[in-house]
Design a protein around this ligand. Sequence first.
Ligand code: SAH
Length: 396
Amino acid sequence: MAQLILNPGRERSVMRRHPWVFAGSVATLSGRARPGDTVEVVSDRGVVLGRAAFSPESQIRARMWTFDADTPIDHAFFKRRIAASVARRNAHPMLAGQDGVRLIHGESDGLPGVIADRYRDTMVLQLTSAGADRWRDAIVAGLLQATGCANIYERSDSEVRGLEGLGPVVGVLAGQAPDPDLAIEEHGVLLGVDAVAGHKTGFYLDQRENRRLTRDLAKGRSVLNCFCYTGGFSLQALAGGASEVLSIDSSGHALASARRNLERNPQLDASRATWLEADVFEALRKLRTEGRRFDLIILDPPKFAPSAAHAKRASRAYKDINLLGFRLLNPGGILMSYSCSGGIGQELFQSIIANAACDAERDAQIIHRLSAAPDHPIGLAFPEGEYLKGLVSHAA
Ligand code: SAH
């Protein structure tokens, strides 16, 4: 096995069990390794720190599979890690019995570059690193065995694969292709999952608990849901007894899926729902000029800042929509605001919301701090795993 020798002092991060070895930490590669090959990670003093997947094209030069010097990285390794990850989901009372669950959440589940989501009888796999890509067969075998679910569809079409020198890979890995009408039940509402062409692996599972809170807060309120995608928050708001729900997205395709989702749920009062295809930044200004006001506003925009380098421009965009959000709130209204940008930390996000409230001349208080659902854990050794933040503010 080739050895990746670190620069002096660079063993510290690995010893703290951080899974990434950056290019700048590496002194040399001793031996030969191709992308995805397993290498030993070794300190400058010759101490073997563990085993990692080599990725010569990426700034993240290696991702640790194990911090043990002797554990073989083979089919049995993936079988054990996958079984453990699935068992954690099955053991969690909020996850057991859910139709849609993230079974493997990459680094935080000890499987860097591996994402696996289950939607009823279909699993969707996304491999984002050279090491994960290399072990596709072992991962597929491990998933089939750990779940008893027979269908796996691959959605390795995330842009981040480019950083690892990998192109997109999509298609059936096991069993049947996903049912185009695949839908999961979440808190009593049916929501379609487009495993083949939808965002991520077809659905935003990370917002599951936050959609439940929306339902709980919506009773009797007029709701504005911005960046609604396929209407997850909108439908939960209707289920919770919202008096009206206006949902905005710039994608006509997403709105068509949202309407289809509403049809899937005849128990909901469809006459209370309005869908608007528009740019949210413009639509919020227009609503303001029209004198419209709402009791509950949801802002769940796409990732404005994929990395810290984009933080400044992204901050302006978050500030803009949140300022408009506060201005459109009735007295006693609630703003549910999210950021899924890894480049915007919790503290920065809170200060953006505070500035927005201040500029809108609204006194507001945080009533909930939200994050991703428990099937999207954050490894304590891997703070980079924390991406989704939500603040729920009550405005006087
Ligand atoms: N809240 C959704 C997920 C939002 S994904 C859920 O819970 O399922 C982000 C959405 O924002 C996408 O549907 C995308 O089409 C939309 N979008 C991106 N930029 C936009 C803009 N400027 N105006 C309106 N919608 C936008």
